[in-house]
Design a protein around this ligand. Structure first.
Ligand SMILES: [Cu+2]
Length: 127
């Protein structure tokens, strides 16, 4: 009887075929290192928009810290600078128009992002 129960549990654990959202399925095939997380009470930095720019346009944080993005309804956040430069265009660096989204940066580097309809840029430096 115990043996049967253990097998049933194992099957249940392995039987799920639900597809986990995977950033590696993005267009360039790169796995996202920037991850969406629940907003902490005190994020390391907050990026909003002011007119046609991010405010602030550049923030510096430490590895593993979280940036809270709050673009206005007519602006969004997409990976990389426009035009493309040497900043990291991480596929996880995405925020919908007007959405409040917290992103954790788990790797050091200089991450670029931009607003798609307007082309202005922002940068997160992760030390
Ligand atoms: Cu915009």
């Amino acid at each position: 009887m115990m043996r049967f129960v253990l097998c049933a549990v194992a099957l249940a654990a392995c039987g799920g075929d639900s597809k986990t959202p995977d950033a590696s399925s993005s267009h360039d095939g790169a796995a996202a290192t920037v991850q969406m997380v629940s907003c902490p009470a005190t994020p390391a930095a907050t990026v909003t928009t002011s007119g046609f720019m991010y405010s602030p346009q550049m923030v510096t944080i430490n590895q593993g810290q979280v940036v809270k993005f709050m673009p206005a309804v007519d602006h969004n956040v997409a990976p990389g600078h426009n035009p493309t430069d040497s900043t990291i265009a991480d596929p996880g660096l995405n925020v919908t128009f007007g959405a409040t989204t917290c992103l954790m940066f788990t790797q050091t580097g200089m991450y670029g992002f931009h607003c798609v309809p307007h082309g202005f840029n922002g940068t997160v430096i992760v030390n």
